[in-house]
Ligand binder design. Structure first.
Ligand code: CA
Length: 430
């Protein structure tokens, strides 16, 4: 069965869908028995239950391409990231803590990869990104970001919020086990009682890890580090919260980072003033780093990341604080870099993004594709004059979208952020 559906205008989508304010920070419904009940974020509520994904395939007519969408697998629990391998397979993370192998024909290997560290999986915490070392074909090194519980006397501390963003590097020979697992980075601890004073009704401390990673054209690993709902830290040069970091492949800070050697600054900081950046990609053609981030109530952002820039949070946002307090500034603040897109007034909840550089969709050449938890795939064209046009696609599928990637063959893979999480593959409809 095929359906032909016109692309909807973004405004229609935003107007027609329920507002999912701060769905990233929503307190989860179930609380582990060993931990005290979380303090719910003011106004935070769990994401609306998505309708079940249909069987597909589907055909959609959009502004610049006719799409054929098929389901490769629907057996993943909140898949968060996919990394294409040189042999045609792919690695996929599931937020509860599993690393899976997707065969070249799109079937999911039923056996997860062994050897991961214990993952703190609660709410939006869990296993997040997977990226390959630029020289993976020769050194078999992969990188995983995840939420790590604090340990005391060698055992994990089970207080739910007492966790941090950690990155491991491991060797993977293509089979079902990691070896040489090594932690190369961990953000400073946060979440242990007593909690610091925080303004503006910020969300629970087990949110806002960021955790997206990408290797830049310079061979360095860029890491999006969230503010942990402690926005005061995003402007603090001595904290990695609310920053994008630039690391060597062994986790150390390059000496040519913008603030390296400056008194009071952590040397790994590349940019600051971020809230919860969960999307990041590099335009391979010119090296531009793009990042999406969750704002507070409204004000989610697409940013062009440049060396040493300050993106404003939590002093500058086009959204509103959870408790309704206005921010100090909305835009055009001295010394601050404004977003290329601010989604207002409603939250759009952007996940990951990619630059289309394949041959299958010539009409999308150089466009940004952005996976949105508000159940659309955004195609954005950023003009040289800064003007942006957006098209919302796949809205009829009704799925929260976490990740989007351009595959080596030019098709587009989309990961749904659902308990019965799927991988969708988009090819031209001929
Ligand atoms: Ca900003």
């Amino acid at each position: 069965m095929k359906r032909i559906v016109s692309a909807m205008a973004l405004a229609m989508v935003l107007a027609g869908l329920p507002t999912i304010a701060a769905a990233q920070d929503a307190a989860p419904a179930a609380t582990p028995a060993t931990t005290p009940a979380p303090t719910p974020a003011p106004a935070a509520r769990g994401p609306m239950q998505s309708s079940e994904l249909g069987a597909g395939p589907w055909d959609f007519t959009t502004e610049k391409a006719a799409l054929h969408v098929e389901v490769l697998t629907r057996d993943l629990d909140h898949p968060w990231s996919i990394a294409f391998l040189p042999d045609g397979r792919a690695l996929v993370t599931e937020r509860p803590g599993r690393l899976r192998i997707l065969a070249a024909d799109g079937t999911l290997d039923p056996t997860p990869i062994d050897g991961l560290p214990p993952v703190f999986a609660f709410g939006i915490a869990g296993l997040t990104d997977v990226v390959l070392h630029p020289d993976f074909a020769n050194n078999q090194l992969i990188y995983l970001s995840y939420s790590k519980a604090r340990t005391k006397d060698g055992a994990p501390v089970t207080v739910q919020s007492d966790s941090t963003l950690s990155i491991i590097r491991a060797r993977w020979d293509g089979g079902h086990a990691l070896s040489d697992v090594q932690e190369i980075y961990a953000a400073e601890w946060y979440g242990a009682a007593p909690l610091p004073q925080r303004c503006c009704g910020q969300g629970p401390t087990f949110g806002s890890y960021g955790a997206r990673m990408v290797f830049g054209p310079d061979g360095y690993l860029y890491v999006a580090s969230g503010d942990r709902n402690y926005g005061e830290m995003s402007q603090n040069p001595a904290s990695d919260f609310g920053k994008i970091l630039r690391l060597r492949d062994d986790g150390t800070a390059p000496t040519d980072n913008p603030f390296a050697g400056q008194q009071g600054w952590r040397p790994e900081i590349w940019s600051l003033g971020h809230r919860n950046p969960t999307g990041m990609t590099v335009d391979a053609r010119d090296g531009t780093i793009w990042s999406t981030e969750f704002g507070p109530r409204g004000g989610d952002e697409l940013n062009r990341i440049t060396r040493g820039a300050n993106y404003g949070w939590m002093d500058v946002t086009q959204g509103k604080h959870y408790n309704g307090e206005p921010a100090k500034a909305v835009k055009d603040a001295p010394g601050m870099t404004d977003p290329v897109i601010a989604w207002i007034p409603n939250s759009a909840n952007p996940g990951n993004l990619d630059v289309y550089d394949g041959t299958l969709f010539p009409g999308w050449d150089g466009n940004l594709l952005i996976a949105m938890m508000n159940r659309t795939l955004i195609r954005a064209e950023v003009g040289t004059d800064g003007q942006v046009t957006q098209e919302a696609m796949l809205g009829d599928l009704g799925q929260r979208l976490r990740d989007v990637r351009v595959a080596p063959d030019g098709s587009v893979y989309v990961l749904t952020d659902e308990t019965k999480g799927a991988i969708l593959r988009i090819t031209p409809n001929k």
